[in-house]
Design a protein. Structure first.
Length: 90
């Protein structure tokens, strides 16, 4: 999406909370895009996915976001999508 990001993440270190994780990614992204005229929102919204059905529902929502915004006709055409780890185990 041109105005926001969606991340699916899972903890590796349970002492590293979601707010710390979000701050880490904001800092990494900001360091690589210094000259951009935007700013991150102060707080982030996160949702804990508890089962396979919730994961599937959220994944579909994210994949269809560019279609709902009228940016593409087919989700596969969205050039900014990506998957790092495709395997999900419940």
């Amino acid at each position: 999406m041109p105005d926001h990001l969606h991340f699916f993440c899972a903890p590796r270190d349970l002492h590293f909370g979601i707010d710390q994780w979000i701050q880490f990614w904001k800092s990494q992204f900001s360091r690589r895009h210094v000259d951009q005229p935007w700013a991150f929102q102060r707080r982030a919204f996160h949702h804990r996915i508890r089962n396979g059905q919730e994961y599937s529902d959220k994944w579909t929502y994210v994949r269809e976001n560019p279609i709902r915004r009228g940016l593409v006709n087919d989700g596969e055409a969205w050039q900014f999508q990506g998957v790092i780890h495709a395997e999900v185990r419940w």
